[in-house]
Write a protein that binds this ligand. Structure first.
Ligand code: ADP
Ligand code: MG
Length: 696
């Protein structure tokens, strides 16, 4: 049967309904899908040896003839052996298969096969266990570089390789060449058919490198073109034009002078807001760099021009804190600030919604609740999201959509330090302001890594800090906070750990600090209890706050000078850095103690990084190295189209090259309307509409 790219997998030999359903799970319905399903690794099966010459302990191919009928024996229930002797011109070898009964009939005496596996023992006692084998005259999976695919239950690598081999042979050359010829030529990229052939079954390492380079480049190139499109579309859209106001009246509201970096970020945002085009700006600054004041300045400008602003935070604790801070700064000027969170009483929410729709609230601070249906603004001109890495692009755009016809200005604040070039890609079409300066008078948080043996001394240290009037956080890895959201969120993992926080707080209060005021907070508390605990701590009514990572993002209690992290080895470095940012926010020398009973050298070396630097960029680089980008960026958090082969964090050199190529091409044909660019335009549209959220 003639295969084409559009042929269904059922047309491939050996694929019935059941297997087709399993392939479907991997997203594989057609020949084209199979060709686009890339190996995650390769196995070099090219080395051939005679039985006598095969090295011990390396997987190799050995061609040999089956010398006798295979012998099957049952050892016990669940364990069955099949043994067979094979020979070549120079020697013989015994092969043992475990629980592979079919081998008895598959290996025919007198026939020659290629066996791929690890040879053990010295001649004349050479052995092999569970090798891959196939007839010598029809090799498919030996004698070459074999692909290794991501799999699912019921689909073996051999099965999948058989399919991709057939597809590559019959159809790789049919894959449409979408990259413009000039781009391929200028960047020395292999042809499309060659690349699809060699990404699955490379004829050599060099061929594999060429294929990979082309396919990665291609993917990054489409991404770059798509993002450039988004940007130009935004530049063509119109947003609320704020008046160019003096910021002096805003500065006068503040108890401190803003840093140069804060002022620069504010100027950049103010310029965006006055441009008549919708702002889309990322403010990136390490923990404690004072991003909130940039938000406040923008809200002030919106209000001056008669627009409403919304600020969305990822947790209730944070939303409430922003509400307090922003009311404190802006209410004296006359701004009416409202709060909307999921846990508020229905009647309160109703009041807020009505006031909002009537234009009686100038700034609404809240959680995801702001996104719910029925929350309507009278004149939404500015949307701010805090700690963007917890929000998907989709949610951001849902909020932006509440602006009615006009696209409101969007400001995103993040402490996740991502290298700038990467941020531009990850955050799509955002402009970036970096706050690279901390407010004056901060002394870096001193960080210590200690073992259990120091616990008693650590408690003494807590006492000393409290005696000096300071406050202390103690963080346990337990429940993660889940936000009540309109879409509904799964229960958090580690629910059983819940007890840890409460029990630990109780033990501390009763056993260690009977004379201190110990409170606790975690994401599963009732909102009111949570709020009460946070307010008590912020107001100085608690000395020690035991908590989960709910305090991770943005919580601001300047009097807190010590944070202790229990089981520190269970956290990522960036997360620990965030946690550490909870202290050192006031004028007091602050400390972070990471306690772990883990003696693993690597773990300790990893944690040591935090004792050596407070530079968020360096820490995130370390994290990236150690944990890999998948983990770092989370699952599709950025909301970009999923990459099949490119690694946004790892392939930065190619990324840059692809970006430049995209810019060069779009400079010549900004709308990609030339006939030779039609396939490219179609490809970009497909890529981005599969993930339509980025288009909103
Ligand atoms: P983050 O960037 O982590 O969100 P915040 O906006 O919460 O940081 O600011 C951290 C702390 O620094 C807050 O207590 C804030 O009031 C204070 N702060 C912000 N800007 C300045 C400044 N220019 N001078 C002094 N303190 C500042
Ligand atoms: Mg913050």
């Amino acid at each position: 049967m003639e295969l084409t790219l559009g042929s269904g997998v059922r047309e491939l030999p050996g694929i019935g309904e059941a297997r087709a359903a399993r392939l479907e799970k991997l997203g594989l319905a057609t020949v084209e899908d199979l060709l686009r399903y890339f190996p995650r690794d390769y196995e070099d099966r090219r080395k051939h040896y005679t039985i006598a010459a095969a090295p011990v302990g390396l997987p190799v191919c050995v061609a040999a003839m089956v010398a006798e009928p295979p012998r099957r024996s049952y050892v016990r229930k669940g364990l069955e052996l099949t043994k067979v002797r094979v020979v070549d011109a120079h020697g013989s070898m015994e092969i043992t298969f475990f629980n592979q009964g079919y081998v008895k009939n598959a290996l025919v005496p007198g026939e020659s096969y290629i066996f791929y596996g690890m040879v053990e023992g010295l001649p004349p006692r050479r052995r092999m266990t569970n090798p891959v084998f196939e007839p010598e005259d029809r090799p498919r999976f030996t004698g070459r570089i074999m692909p290794i695919y991501p799999l699912t239950a019921g689909i073996s690598n051999n099965l999948l390789s058989g399919l991709t081999l057939r597809c590559a042979q019959d159809c790789a050359q049919e894959m449409p060449e979408i990259l413009p010829f000039r781009v391929r030529q200028e960047h020395a990229l292999a042809a499309c058919g060659y690349s699809y052939q060699n990404i699955h079954f490379p004829v050599s390492e060099e061929a594999l490198d060429l294929a990979r380079r082309r396919l990665i480049f291609e993917e990054l190139f489409y991404l770059s073109c798509g993002l450039a499109f988004l940007r130009s579309r935004r530049e063509g859209a119109s947003g609320p034009a704020f008046q160019r106001e003096s910021l002096e009246p805003f500065f006068a509201l503040l108890p401190f002078a803003l840093t140069q970096a804060q002022q620069r970020a504010i100027r950049e945002a103010a310029e965006d807001c006055a441009s008549g085009r919708p702002m889309n700006r990322l403010v990136q600054g390490d923990v404690g760099s004072g991003k909130t004041m940039v938000a406040a300045a923008c809200c002030f400008l919106a209000w001056k021009s008669g627009w409403q602003a919304a600020l969305m935070a990822p947790t209730e604790i944070l939303a409430e804190q922003h509400f307090r801070t922003l009311s404190g700064v802006l209410a004296p000027a006359g701004l009416r600030v409202g709060l909307l969170t999921g846990s508020m009483r229905a009647s309160e929410k109703k009041k807020v919604r009505a006031a909002l729709a009537a234009g009686e609230i100038d700034l609404l601070v809240g959680t995801h609740a702001i996104l719910s249906a029925g929350v309507d603004f009278a004149r939404l001109g500015l949307v701010i999201t805090d700690e963007q890495h917890r929000f998907g692009v989709g949610q951001r755009s849902a909020l932006a959509a509440k602006g009615g016809g006009l696209s409101p200005h969007v400001l995103v604040m993040s402490a996740t330090p991502i290298p700038r070039t990467l941020a531009l890609i990850i955050y799509g079409d955002l402009d970036v302001s970096v706050i690279d300066e901390l407010p004056p008078g901060r002394t870096p948080v001193e960080t210590f890594l200690v073992g259990e043996d120091k616990r008693a001394r650590m408690y003494q240290f807590v006492r000393r800090q409290v005696a000096e009037g300071r406050q202390v956080y103690i963080v346990c890895p337990a429940v993660e906070e889940a936000q009540p959201s309109p879409e509904g969120v799964e229960p958090p993992p580690g629910f059983a750990d819940l007890k840890a926080v409460t029990a630990y707080a109780k033990d501390l209060q009763e056993g260690v600090f009977p004379d201190l005021r110990v409170g606790f907070v975690h994401g599963r508390l009732k909102p009111r209890e949570k709020e009460a605990a946070m307010a008590a701590f912020a107001g100085g009514a608690l000395d020690v706050l035991v908590s989960t990572t709910v305090i991770e993002v943005g919580v601001d209690v300047p009097n807190a000078s010590l944070i202790i992290v229990e089981n520190a080895d269970r956290f990522g470095l960036s997360q620990l850095h965030q946690l550490r940012g909870r202290v050192g926010r006031g004028k007091h020398q602050s400390y972070c103690v990471l306690i772990t009973s883990n003696r693993n050298q690597e773990t300790r070396a990893r944690l040591k990084v935090l004792t050596q630097t407070t530079d968020g960029f360096r820490i995130s680089e370390e994290d990236l190295k150690l944990r890999g980008p998948g983990d770092f960026f989370g699952k599709r958090q950025h909301g970009l189209p999923q990459m099949r082969i490119a690694d946004l964090a790892g392939d930065t050199r190619l990324l840059k090259e692809a970006q430049e190529a995209a810019q060069a091409l779009l400079a010549e044909d900004p709308t990609l309307d030339r006939p030779e660019h039609q396939p490219l335009k179609e490809q970009i549209r497909r890529l981005f509409t599969e993930h339509a959220d980025i288009f909103n």
